[in-house]
Design a protein around this ligand. Structure first.
Ligand SMILES: Cc1ncc(COP(=O)(O)O)c(C=O)c1O
Ligand SMILES: N[C@@H](CCCC[NH3+])C(=O)O
Length: 427
């Protein structure tokens, strides 16, 4: 899978379409900036997992943090996905979108007592515990509620995921999980505590991994640990291998090899008699979404040509936050012989970091032209904000020739509803 074309997005009759819908029609109806997701893209991403793991006993819990739009979650839930959640808000979204409680895993380094109470009351499949203090609080809460908490302990395997430093999570200096060396101690405590049922073990080494080698390394270490723990009487029956499989963002990026990933899992943890859970986020939703934006101005500077668009870092923060690349293409298909010229593609926010691309070879673009930022379905809308008092970006889901606004753009009045003026400032 390269970043374009991908299932769901294509040029037809010189115009970029999402399935059977012209993106210009969505822009006319909904305005810009708007995220557009395709059912076809979501389904294709799901199928890649289903095909790779056919015949293996694997549950796929979609990591809602990548895109927590209810319609996106429900589309994946209807294909068979469970959910991986990291807050009570995500847990409630998963339930509201139709994911049954017994297919929900709760991850995260800092769950509050209230969140643990909510998770136990909802009767979810598993809580992935990341520290001894969390284990103690969970035990107390479970005893209070009169239930047993099914848990996995997240282990930090000290493996470099070979990804961007800000999204690597499995090195010893990272905040996630319990050190490999303290795993035995953690399980001994879990076995001794009332209300704790230590059924599983978990690992997640990072995000946007394009190679299988770091996974193989981490899963191999985990397998050794599982054998050792089982030999010491820990009743492990579940292994949660997290998410992390990447997607090609740049045309030259090599798409991850799903069969090799499935093989790495089978060959490392396959023979342990444990049920395997995966928590993919990005790889299920990234390619299924694009950010549709309109060019406001074209500014010819002395040193640069700037395409100033109506999307900004508050709508898609990945380039500002991780120097991430998103391929940008015009909605009107450029002529085959169009001459490319370098441009900086920037948003209106008052930060130099509000730059989506520097010196990007682009075909001719005029004010008013629509552009699409590809591979934006993951960590796009989910990380959007209202910085500079810009309304939250709208989201649209397409299915065949139909499209629907699945999150509307808030009005200015909506944006004021959470604020109030103290009496002493009344005129
Ligand atoms: C515990 C956990 N599971 C799953 C994911 C999903 O990762 P990705 O979107 O890279 O598949 C993350 C985010 O990196 C995570 O922290
Ligand atoms: N937000 C990151 C991924 C973080 C993964 C969460 N653990 C991105 O956009 O690439």
């Amino acid at each position: 899978m390269t970043c374009f074309p991908v299932p769901g997005f294509h040029y037809t009759d010189g115009a970029l379409h999402a399935e059977g819908v012209a993106l210009s029609a969505i822009a006319a109806a909904v305005g810009t900036p708007t995220y557009v997701y395709t059912t076809e893209g979501l389904t294709a991403a799901w199928r890649a997992y289903a095909d790779a793991f056919a015949g293996q006993d694997v549950t796929i819990c979609y990591a809602l943090k990548a895109n927590s739009n209810l319609a996106v979650i429900r589309t994946l839930a209807q294909l068979g996905a469970g959910g991986d959640v990291v807050s009570v808000g995500e847990m409630r979204r998963a339930l509201a979108a139709g994911i049954p409680a017994d297919k929900i895993v709760f991850s995260g380094v800092g769950k509050t007592r209230d969140e643990l109470v909510a998770a136990l009351k909802a009767g979810i499949h598993q809580i992935n515990v990341e520290s001894l203090p969390e284990l103690e609080v969970l035990s107390a809460v479970a005893v209070e509620l009169g239930v047993d908490a099914p848990i996995a302990i997240r282990i930090n395997p000290d493996v470099d995921a070979e990804t961007h430093g800000k999204i690597a999570t499995g090195r010893k200096e990272d905040k996630f999980g319990i050190d490999f060396a303290h795993a035995g101690e953690a399980y001994a405590r879990a076995m001794a505590l009332p209300g704790i049922n230590p059924v599983g073990i978990a690992v997640h080494i990072g995000s946007q991994l394009l190679k299988t080698t770091p996974f193989r390394k981490a899963f191999g270490k985990l397998a050794e640990l599982v054998r050792d723990l089982k030999a010491h009487g820990v009743p492990l029956s579940r292994i949660d291998l997290g998410g992390g499989l990447g997607v090609p963002y740049k045309p030259e990026d090599q798409a991850p090899d799903y069969p090799a990933y499935a093989k790495a899992i089978a060959e490392t943890v396959g023979g342990l008699g444990c049920h395997v859970t995966l928590e993919p986020g990005r790889s299920l939703v990234a390619a299924a979404g694009l950010l549709l934006t309109r060019t406001i101005f074209v500014k010819e500077g002395l040193h640069r040509r700037f395409l100033i668009v109506d999307a900004a870092m508050n709508d898609l923060v990945r380039p500002a936050m991780y120097e991430a690349w998103h391929t940008v293409i015009p909605v009107a298909q450029p002529a085959a012989d169009a001459v490319l010229a370098d441009a900086d593609i920037v948003g209106p926010v008052c930060e130099t970091g509000d730059t989506f691309a520097r010196l990007r070879p682009m075909p001719p673009v005029a004010p008013g032209d629509l552009l699409a930022f590809l591979t934006a379905g993951a960590y796009g809308a989910a990380m959007s904000s209202t910085y500079n008092s810009r309304p939250l970006v709208a989201e649209v889901l397409v299915s065949g020739a139909k499209f629907e606004v699945v999150r509307r753009r808030p009005s200015f009045e909506d944006s004021l509803t959470l604020e109030q003026m103290p009496d002493w400032l009344s005129p």
